[in-house]
Structures are given as C-alpha cells and as structure tokens.
Ligand binder design. Structure first.
Ligand SMILES: Nc1ncnc2c1ncn2[C@@H]1O[C@H](COP(=O)(O)OP(=O)(O)OP(=O)(O)O)[C@@H](O)[C@H]1O
Length: 232
C-alpha cells in the first residue's frame, strides 16, 4: 500500500497544495485530474521522491522509501523524449534499468530494429512504450503515469492503457494515472479518481467501474471541509 499523508508542496514560498492524503493499493489504478497548473505533476514528483514536500510523508507498506536504493515508485514523464539522453540509442536507454523481460518486449511490440535508433527516431507512441518498459524493468511497486498518452491517437492510447491494466494486475503494480481527460480516467481507473483543486483541496468524485470511495481511510475526520481522501 502506498500512502500519502497530509502532503504539501510548492515553489518559491508559494504553496500549490496541502493536506493531500490518499492511499493507493498494489495492482490498482487511481486517477488524478485537476486544472492546468494545479500541481498534479508536482504531486506526482513528490510521490516518486523527485520533489521534496514542504509537509507530509509518503509511506510504502508503512515505511518511508529509503533514498539511494532502487526507487519503488517510478515516474513516467508526459514527454519521454525529455526523460531520455538524446545521444543514447534505445539499447543503452533500456539497459540503464537492466535487461527487459522478453515477454514485456513482445507485449509492448518492441521491434528489435528500434534498439539501434536514437530516441528522436521513434514515434511518440513507440517511445512512450520504451519509457514504460524501462520503468517496469526497474521492478517498481508503483508507477506515476503523468499524461503519458495525452499526445497519442486513441488507438495507441487504448493499447498502452490496456497493457498497463494487465501489467498492474499481473505484477501487482499500483498506478497513479494523471490526466486532464476525465473520461479516460473513468475508463481505466479501478480505484476511482480524485481532483487536485486550484486551492489545494482534494475532493472525491465518482469512482471508476469497481472503485469504492472511503472518504476517511485513516479513520479520522478530514481536517477541513473539501479535503477528502480516496481509497478502494
Ligand atoms: N521548478 C519549478 N519552479 C517554479 N515553479 C514551478 C516549477 N515546476 C512547476 N512550477 C509551477 O508550479 C505550478 C504547478 O505546476 P505543475 O506542473 O505541477 O501543474 P500541473 O497541474 O501538472 O499542470 P499541467 O496540467 O498544465 O501539466 C505551475 O504554476 C508551474 O509553473
């Protein structure tokens, strides 16, 4: 179980959000939406240990992830090109995380010929599949998928989310899916979705197909109106 407790973060003395509390179970997909600039990416980066929160804590199975060890939460960037060394060929980029499972290479439709190409020589969808493959090769417990299919056509989008749903279940990986697209989140998120509002409050919305919302998983009252946690 990944638990975020009372997280707050911002930049240059400005708080983007506070009191962010939620729980994400292994093998489930939970959605995060919100207006542009609300802090969704920042929250995703906090959870992945890439940005220090100004308050609150992230725990996995009750423990704070140790720095310097293999990160149990992998962050997937909207633009995979921005997260890859443009001078490295795909072979080297994948090798950074280890040897990808043959089954995953097949499932993601990775062509052996791509290995000798540079990142800019793949399409957006192909490159996102490489990015996901690299993240999965690091054996994460959780993935933060930040608008990962936003620039893709509906077929590529459906293909990636279908695969991620299968992988989440088979490998028991929890996924936080960040998107502006509420319809997409409703289709893919078995653990419901929540919204990061402009004033930093979280409010729960309709759960996904199999989600059940518990407004207070920690067994205590939300600290203020409109601040609500979501859990399956
Ligand atoms: N490194 C940084 N330094 C200063 N401000 C930053 C930094 N990173 C992000 N911000 C600001 O924080 C705010 C929230 O950014 P963030 O990317 O988290 O929002 P978002 O909800 O993901 O937005 P979008 O939906 O447009 O991607 C924005 O106003 C952004 O300009």
């Amino acid at each position: 179980m990944l638990e975020a407790h009372d997280l707050a973060a911002g930049f240059d003395g400005r708080t983007l959000f506070d009191g962010v509390t939620f729980a994400l179970e292994s093998g489930r997909i939970m959605g995060l939406c919100g207006a542009s600039g609300a802090g969704k990416t920042t929250l995703g980066r906090v959870i992945a240990g890439l940005h220090r929160p100004s308050a609150g804590v992230v725990r996995i199975d009750g423990q704070q992830p140790a720095s310097g060890k293999a990160q149990p939460v992998q962050y997937l960037h909207q633009s995979p090109l921005a997260a890859m060394n443009p001078r490295w060929k795909i072979r080297c980029i994948l090798a950074e995380a280890g040897q990808p499972e043959a089954g995953l290479l097949t499932a993601f439709g990775v062509d052996a010929e791509w290995m000798g190409r540079f990142p800019h020589e793949l399409s957006g969808g192909q490159l996102q599949r490489i990015s996901i493959l690299r993240a999965l090769t690091a054996n994460p417990r959780y993935l933060i998928a930040d608008e990962i299919t936003a620039p893709l056509d509906p077929v590529s989008q459906a293909r990636i989310w279908h695969l991620l749903g299968q992988i989440a279940r088979s490998k028991q990986i929890g996924i936080l899916a960040i998107s502006h697209d509420r319809a997409l989140l409703d289709r893919i998120c078995c653990q419901g979705r929540f919204e990061l509002g402009q004033r930093g409050l979280i409010r729960h919305e309709a759960a996904g197909p199999v989600g059940v919302i518990d407004p207070d998983p920690a067994g205590r009252s939300a600290r203020s109106a409109g601040r609500t946690a979501v859990r399956c």
